[in-house]
Design a protein around this ligand. Structure first.
Ligand code: G6P
Length: 624
């Protein structure tokens, strides 16, 4: 999704800005641009990759000491150069047209009242060169400018409805950038010498530049000048936000022996799970105690004792980890659990229960719909909140009372893999903690579950060794247009996740069904051209699943079965079987999803798609 980098310095900052954009590329974008102060406003924009923007700025000798840069993921207006940021006030801002711009601006988010503002600004004589909601803000700041950029931005944001993070500079104030955030993340980077300062939508953009980060809060406005900065809150009062030392993530950007980040991240899963459990194992003796250092945060045990039900809110892959957790929470902890897509929950009328534990699940902790759903639940009086999240400094962690932090490390591939399995690990621990708080776990059950969790990294490594067999399946899938995924019980969400992975990165149409639903519709689609992936662990539903598989075979469908070692399903004509190394009981979803990730990955490689940056998708969806 859109990314922002900005800087005020006393050296040419174009390379720093473009490198910052490169670090944000993983989030997904369809155009990019950079603008600097150099006598007047100058910019370069492109619908190609950031690498090409780098070429362009060097060919055009674009240089300057104050500047802003952006990667855009189109919402209002097609992905085209004229819609790419930075936007200038006064139409195109193109000197050749004799209309030099005064304000340069980049924006993440969506301005909801852009139509109304556009009409007012047009009436004042502003010419629009794009279809974006962003250009409206540039003109608006211009219309309010009376010699002080900070004041102009402050007045402008008071007129905006919607979500934004912005960075702005002005032709008439060469060493100043003003930023503001409401609904979209923005951080301030403090330069090593204290003389130059930066803004970015994600601290990762500043990796290698500074590790001194200030997380701006909702409604904050920030003024960057050479050698000084200050922040004011939404009331206009000076705010002292702490400077945190944030570990640079640049190592995460190294591919090592892997061809793509997604492949690297799939193979990092044993370590990611081990790290996630480590963070929690450090306090395992206290995990089930009433007092002490509870891994979910202070007072967690007390909250877990009180709550009557769980409401899980999430989007995308994180939603499927929630769907899996429902089986654990009801099956093991016996706590009624509802899982809802965040964008649905936030807009529907629901019946709030103040004794519900609201659980948000998010890799980024910044997904707009999940955050809005959380705030909606809070506004309905639900104050017991917990997040399972991969980013400790994210809005989601800041806004919930309790948190299980996953330690997947930075995930760059748009298609989520290690974040999913670490979320499952966090959700399983939540299940155990709830079960214990409610007295629904015997000591021996607790010990058996914890033992199985500790063995997970080794079990995952054994599953990853199946890669060569998966590659042979991927060769079959590469030429297909459609695929069906079946699963039952705990593994139905895993079938959903497998289908999502395949469609995201291979563009093959894939659907997942609870296998019992086969006869109620999808069976009509089954032909020899429709591969049917079946997740078939050796559990109580295996015999029923085998009947579903016969229904597929009888219609000429070709089955690709992920069976356990002792499932007694043999490969034969039209049935391809891969055996999982061991049966893993309730934690089996963490293992069964891995071959499905590898299947999507290798099918995408065979089809030659852009694995890490699939078309139209973004890593972190910070707009609605
Ligand atoms: C986007 C990403 C998905 C992710 C979803 C939710 O769609 O491409 O991989 O599952 O957002 O993101 P979150 O950060 O909240 O888990």
């Amino acid at each position: 999704m859109c990314g922002i980098v900005a800087a005020v310095a006393n050296r040419n900052i174009v390379p720093l800005l473009v490198q910052g954009l490169q670090r944000l590329e993983y989030r997904g974008y369809d155009s990019c641009g950079v603008a600097v102060h150099n006598g007047g406003l100058r910019r370069a924009r492109s619908t190609a990759r950031v690498a090409e923007l780098l070429q362009q700025v060097s060919t055009e000798h674009l240089e300057g000491t104050t500047g802003i840069a952006h990667t855009r993921w189109a919402t209002h207006g097609a992905p085209a150069v004229h819609n790419a940021h930075p936007h200038f006030s006064h139409g195109s801002g193109d000197e050749a047209e004799g209309r030099p711009g005064r304000i340069a601006l980049v924006h993440n988010g969506i301005i909801e009242n852009h139509e109304e503002l556009r009409n007012r600004l047009k009436a004042k004589g502003y010419a629009f060169a794009s279809q974006t909601d962003t250009e409206v803000i540039a003109h608006l700041v211009d219309s309010l400018y009376e010699g002080d950029l900070f004041e102009a931005v402050q007045s402008a944001i008071a007129r905006l409805h919607g979500a934004y993070a912005i960075a702005v500079f002005c032709r008439d104030e060469p060493h100043r950038v003003v930023g503001a955030r409401a609904g979209s993340p923005l951080v301030l980077g403090v330069g090593a010498e204290g003389s130059e300062h930066y803004l970015a939508s994600d601290a990762m953009a500043l990796a290698g530049v500074t590790d001194q980060i200030v997380y701006l809060e909702e409604g904050d406005l920030v003024d960057l000048q050479l050698g000084r900065y200050w922040v004011v809150d939404r009331q206009g009062d000076r705010a002292d936000r702490p400077v945190r030392t944030v570990q640079a993530h640049s190592g995460a950007a190294e591919l090592g022996p892997y061809r793509h980040y997604m492949q690297k991240e799939i193979f990092e899963q044993p370590r990611a799970i081990a790290d996630t459990l480590d963070g929690i194992q450090a306090v395992v003796p206290e995990l089930f105690e009433a007092s002490g250092n509870h891994p979910a945060g202070e007072g967690a045990h007390h909250v877990f004792k009180q709550i009557e039900s769980v409401l899980i809110l999430a989007c995308g892959t994180s939603y499927y980890s929630g769907c899996t957790a429902k089986y654990w929470l009801e099956g093991i902890a016996k706590v009624p659990t509802q899982v809802e897509i965040a964008s649905e929950y936030r807009y529907r009328e629901s019946v709030p229960n103040p004794h519900t534990l609201v659980v948000t699940i998010s890799q980024s902790g910044e997904t707009a719909d999940t955050l809005a759903a959380l705030r909606h639940a809070q506004s309905l009086g639900m104050r017991h909140t917990l997040t399972v999240c991969n980013v400790a400094s994210s809005a989601m962690v800041r806004e919930t009372r309790l948190a299980y932090l996953t330690r997947a490390g930075v995930e760059i591939g748009v298609a989520s893999t290690k974040a999913f399995t670490t979320q499952l690990a966090g959700l399983f621990l939540l299940t155990l903690a709830l079960a214990q708080a409610k007295g629904r776990l015997t000591e021996s059950q607790e010990a058996a579950h914890l033992k199985a969790m500790r063995h997970l990294p080794a079990a995952l490594s054994a599953v990853l060794a199946l890669e060569p067999q998966i590659i042979s399946w991927a060769d079959d899938f590469a030429g297909k247009q459609n695929a069906l995924f079946l699963g039952r019980g705990l593994h139905y969400p895993i079938a959903l996740e497998g289908a999502l992975k395949l469609k995201e990165i291979t563009y093959i149409h894939a659907e997942a069904y609870a296998a019992g639903e086969l006869k109620h519709g999808p069976l009509a689609l089954v032909t020899s051209e429709m591969p049917v992936v079946t997740v078939a662990p050796h559990d109580a539903l295996l015999e029923k699943l085998k009947s579903n598989m016969q229904e597929v075979r009888a219609r000429g469908g070709v089955l690709y079965v992920l069976a356990d070692a002792d499932s007694r399903i043999e490969s034969e004509d039209g049935i391809h079987v891969i055996r999982m190394p061991e049966h893993y009981g309730p934690l089996s979803p963490l293992l069964h999803v891995v071959p499905l990730q590898l299947l999507a990955y290798h099918t995408a490689v065979a089809r030659g798609t852009d694995v890490d940056k699939p078309r139209n998708l973004a890593k972190s969806v910070t707009v609605e």
